[in-house]
Design a binder for this molecule. Structure first.
Ligand SMILES: *Cc1c(COP(=O)(O)O)cnc(C)c1O
Length: 404
């Protein structure tokens, strides 16, 4: 294991990387392999592979119980789930969403000709700023989609109040927030509906998958029809629908992983706390605070690198990635700077100062079961070494050809 004494010890300048194998953000959480394979074996014996099989039914029931909601409708992924629920809720015209989110939040709307109107975020929580919403409401506005970024809940009370008063639908993209709580209640029961992602990189994974949760019986019925081509029974289509079904294999994975949630949280939490402790004194670098007193999944360890830091966020990114520490920018440069939104609203950034600032600051660090305190200490060493040698480092970094 190399130690860092001089700049040429950095992999960016040709030394061997600190880690032989890459450390990733969002490496899949996998519970018990034998349990997964046993469920898949039973599924093969049954030859019931999809179309609301017993594993999907059990998965939906377990999720609804865990989240304390009346209905959970499992789907093939969260993007399709967002599209279906947007339609089922009658969203049209314009819908207010954060720009600081994964592109799917906006695309799920635009895909069906609904215009996402980007709203700025709170710079501390990184979630929708309720104070910025009302100025964006027009006669065409039909709803608000909040995102529980990093598993931090939106200000649901204020958003609910605005939605009620202005007659808007309220939907939450809870892709990051499975098994998180808010005001003592699990995420999943807020707004008209909430959407989870069980993509391989998310806290709970079903390879690919998603779910809509709601306490609205009528909405749940509509969602079930829409995700299954509008079939109400054999040969009986009563609605326009699509194919949003979750497969039995996905549910097998999800059920098996559900038994290990507390282990995933424990691992993530130890890593998060270790990162917080060892990065605490690095000037210009701060680890996002997941908050106290509520349930969190700690799936994301988010460093924020301030503008006046001696090493920039993008410079850290290059240095870390060369060491096989595959840190990632997230939601950069913001949905409003990606297509087609960038062309539709070239000046959207003027109304999104916090989004632009946070998108420039965020550096998501590797966590999960592949790493522990030893790796985190090494990651800290790279960051601290870079900061300590920033003066000599800067000219060499700027003369490097830009890449990545
Ligand atoms: C991952 C993610 C999605 C999309 O989820 P898929 O299951 O991959 O379709 C949507 N929104 C957010 C905030 C996400 O992080």
């Amino acid at each position: 294991m190399k130690t860092l004494h001089q700049l040429n010890d950095l992999a960016l300048f040709g030394a061997p990387p600190l880690f032989a194998e890459p450390l990733h953000v969002g490496r899949p959480n996998i519970g018990n392999r034998d349990a997964i394979l046993a469920r898949l074996g039973e599924m093969l014996d049954r030859r019931w592979l999809t179309n609301n099989g017993p594993l999907v039914q059990e998965f939906e029931k377990r999720l609804a119980d865990h989240l304390g909601v009346r209905h959970c409708v499992a789907m093939c992924n969260a993007t399709v789930a967002l599209e279906i629920v947007a339609r089922a809720l009658g969203l049209a015209g314009e819908v207010i969403v954060p720009s600081f989110t994964f592109i799917a939040t906006a695309h799920a709307l635009q895909w069906q000709q609904i215009t996402p109107v980007f709203c700025d975020i709170d710079p501390v929580t990184h979630t929708l700023d309720p104070a910025r919403i009302e100025a964006l409401i027009t006669p065409r506005t039909t709803g608000i989609v909040g995102v529980h970024t990093w598993g931090t809940p939106c200000d649901t009370a204020r958003l609910t109040e605005i939605a009620r008063r202005r007659g808007l639908r309220l939907l939450f993209d809870a892709a990051h927030a499975f098994s998180c709580s808010h005001a003592g209640k699990m995420i999943g029961g807020f707004g008209d509906a909430e959407v989870f992602s069980f993509h391989a990189t998310k806290f709970l994974n079903t390879f690919e998958g998603g779910a809509v949760t709601t306490n609205d019986d009528e909405l749940a019925t509509k969602l079930r029809l829409m995700k299954n081509f509008g079939f109400a029974g054999y040969d009986n289509v009563i609605y326009i629908g699509t194919n949003g079904k979750m497969s039995e294999a996905a549910a097998a994975m999800g059920l098996s992983n559900l038994d290990y949630l507390d282990d995933f949280i424990a691992t993530n939490r130890v890593n998060y706390e270790h990162y917080r402790a060892v990065l605490k004194d690095l000037p210009g670098v701060k680890v996002y605070d997941c908050g106290e007193g509520e349930r969190r999944n700690f799936q994301y360890v988010v460093a924020e690198v301030s503008e006046d830091c001696a090493v920039s966020r993008d410079q850290f990114l290059k240095i870390l990635q060369a060491e096989n520490i595959i840190a990632r920018r997230y939601f950069y440069p913001g949905c409003h700077r990606m297509q087609p939104y960038r062309s539709h609203f070239p000046n959207a950034g003027l109304l999104l100062p916090h989004t632009e600032k946070i998108a420039r600051r965020v550096l998501v660090l590797p966590t999960g079961s592949a790493i522990g305190s030893t790796e985190i200490d090494r990651i800290r060493d790279v960051l601290a070494f870079s900061l300590a040698h920033a003066v000599e480092l800067q000219p060499r970094l700027t003369s490097e050809p830009a890449h990545g």
